[in-house]
Ligand binder design. Sequence first.
Ligand code: NAD
Length: 424
Amino acid sequence: MTQEAQEDYQFFKVVQDYLDQAADVVHLPTHVREMLSQPKNELIVNFPVKMDDGSLKLFKGYRIQHNNLLGPYKGGIRYHASVSLDDLKALSAMMTWKSGLMGIPFGGGKGGIKFNPRDYSNHEIMRITRRFTHALGTHIGPHFDIPAPDMGTNAQIMVWMMDTYMNSISETDKNAQRAVVTGKSLACGGSEGRAQATSRGVLHCIIEWTKEHHFELEGKTAIVQGFGNVGGNASLLLAKLGVSTVAVGDHSGYLANPEGFNAHKLIDHVKHHGSIGGYEGGHEISRDDFFSTKADIFIPAALENQVGTKEAELLDVKLIAEGANGPTTPAGELILKDRGIHIIPDVLANSGGVTVSYYEWVQNRRSESWDAEEVLSKLETAMTRAYHRVEYFAREHGVDQRIASYALALQRLNTAYAERGIFP
Ligand code: NAD
């Protein structure tokens, strides 16, 4: 099993500190800073689920609704043994910043269930998902709060959520309710391009960074931590640009292949075996060896709190593009900056997911179905524009891209608060 960077890591506190730093840069009024420092709603539900052996088990589910000033709450559902209220508060706030930064009419939310889906059968996961959705009731909805996939969840789980929601509410126009979740399968109202959207967004940011730094991607190398939706697809897309992935890691351990992994085959292996463990196209290495592997790019695509001071000292890369949310600790970041390793921060780098989720929601609401070309070209424009806005703001204000991303989101939120005023 892999270890964490810091045992006492307080993710929500870290996000609040970044909020404070960015709020200072944009001179955010104190009351707006205060409102944004806590979620609006924190929902906890306990619900029983029948297991395959007939026994009943109680699960704890969360939905944190951080802010809905700019539009419905929006954000993923995480199934992982480490799910906690505080982490979801951090992740939900980050969704507010992402929507704000990308100019999407959504707010921020995040939810999840504290359990390890690998310990349960597919049928059990379906019943857990359906009972969770039922317990959330009308606290989610296409105009109110729209979940999406995150760690441990996928298109199938979104379809079960959608189906349960549709069947739980008395709506004559059931199909209009499809937009209650995004990241669905294509057959059930999903969007072309959604599955790879987050990774594509990461890649667009990397490409813009390379243009600025006169850095040719062809022939370069990458290391990728987390080989699920974001990590696996990032490795695949990097390969198409001539970048080989030379080390990978997931919950089961770490592997290296100096010749470069065949991303297609490794994704296929993960699909069939649930992890990279046992893949024969690479040799096992330790977590420290993984972080010490010399490469050009590092894509963290697993959990938060993975790059602390030790990992920051070990890393031998030029660029880190944060596919995961919160992978770098503030202490780790200081060391990386000192060592001249650039970071494209999570709020910018992985916002391709929420961007295409928005496109899916629009298509559902208009009963439209856009082709892949249209979705991908819109995504490229949105990511490239966001990257340059962040880069420009960072230069103008002498801050890093993380604080610039937060600051741009805060400016947008502040304008809306100023124009609307505070009720009553
Ligand atoms: P996923 O469940 O598809 O994959 C997660 C990967 O992380 C798996 O390979 C898993 O084995 C690995 N992992 C889990 N625990 C680990 C540990 N302790 N050490 C090393 N690896 C570990 O999830 P995903 O959707 O790819 O999400 C990955 C990250 O990207 C998360 O931080 C998520 O919040 C973020 N993200 C996802 C999306 C999206 O659209 N799916 C969008 C934005 C951000």
